[in-house]
Design a protein around this ligand. Sequence first.
Ligand SMILES: [Ca+2]
Length: 141
Amino acid sequence: MSQKLCIGDATLNGKTFSILIFFIIILGSISTTDARPAYIKNLAEFPDEVKLCTTCHIQSSGSGPLNPFGRDFAKNGRVITPELMNKDSDGDSFSNLEELKAGSNPGDAKKTPEKKKSPSPGISLIISSVVIAFILRWVKR
Ligand SMILES: [Ca+2]
């Protein structure tokens, strides 16, 4: 006896359903790989956080207008050069290289390397001490 799955008015048996799921997975993986153009390989040495469409595009879908780094990258023939890396495309005072190495976005001035965002060591020490004290108190209960 085979099981049947009803979707709306359509009825699928187990084999048909498996084939449908297989094609959905294949189509899903194709669209994901197509979203990353070949020139993303130029960013191979950098963290995965920068291997996104938004490194060069404004929209996360990768279509539409380029952000400041994307425009500079395009003007540069879509090639990473020392001049492009030394430039601060988004004008946030961090070079494109600093941002790419830190996994930040060199085309979005609102996103900067984490090291500049982190609190001073004194504040980190106080926060860590409070967290540890809280955990120790919770464990003793
Ligand atoms: Ca920058």
